[in-house]
Design a protein around this ligand. Sequence first.
Ligand SMILES: *[C@@H]1O[C@H](CO)[C@@H](O)[C@H](O)[C@H]1NC(C)=O
Length: 249
Amino acid sequence: MTKHVGFLLILFPVCGHLLDIKFYSNPYKYTWADALAYCREHHTDLVRVRTAEENEALQYSGWIGLSRKDATSPWKWSRGDEIAIFTPWDGEPKDNENCVNRKSDGKWECKKCDEKKPFLCYEEKLILVKENKTWEEALEHCRSLDGVVTEDPASSYRNHGYDLASLITPDDYTTARETAKEATTDEVWTGLCNLAGEWLWVGGEEMQYEDIPKCPTEGLCGVLEKNGRSPYGIRNCQQKRNFLCSKMN
Ligand SMILES: *[C@@H]1O[C@H](CO)[C@@H](O)[C@H](O)[C@H]1NC(C)=O
């Protein structure tokens, strides 16, 4: 597959850095599965459209992340696997047409998945990874999401791709909490770690909250508790759980 990235379209307002979502329209024509692979390699995924406003803002035509296994299965989004609720269909889906193309007028049509079409990718700042990993494995996973890991930790974040999530503002925390609801574990790793007695965000931001106890012990890492009342928990870094990755830039 070609390495060229499509045209960048920033269509949504930025409200808190983790809510920033970018959309990419790709003029190359791929099958739905190839388009999905491309989006996952270069961005986050094929777009997920949940409201009329989001659909309107997309503007372009192309594959979106909606598909079904067969005519008797529900329509699901490729990211998160949730069932589609907002579906501006253009006509009735046919039995053997299991992938969805957004037309330029905003209507959605069902097509055979092996047809080649332009496609719409998106990139989001905050990603929940539903795999169970130790804190360090999770860190590595986040940093390799877009293939950029360098020897020097100081240059492998900030300017490149993803890191374990830094939750800097109250909005970040709200977004993270919302995202973490889909986790398969009760708690998810965040980028909070204890280095030489100091708590800091591995993504480079200084700790913004005062109410976290400073812990001098090595081997402690931060979690976001899915249903907890306090924003943060401190756990042994060797435990395995789902985790949040975020992009700083
Ligand atoms: C992760 O752990 C949770 C809780 O133990 C479990 O329900 C889930 O299936 C695990 N996920 C994977 C991908 O192993």
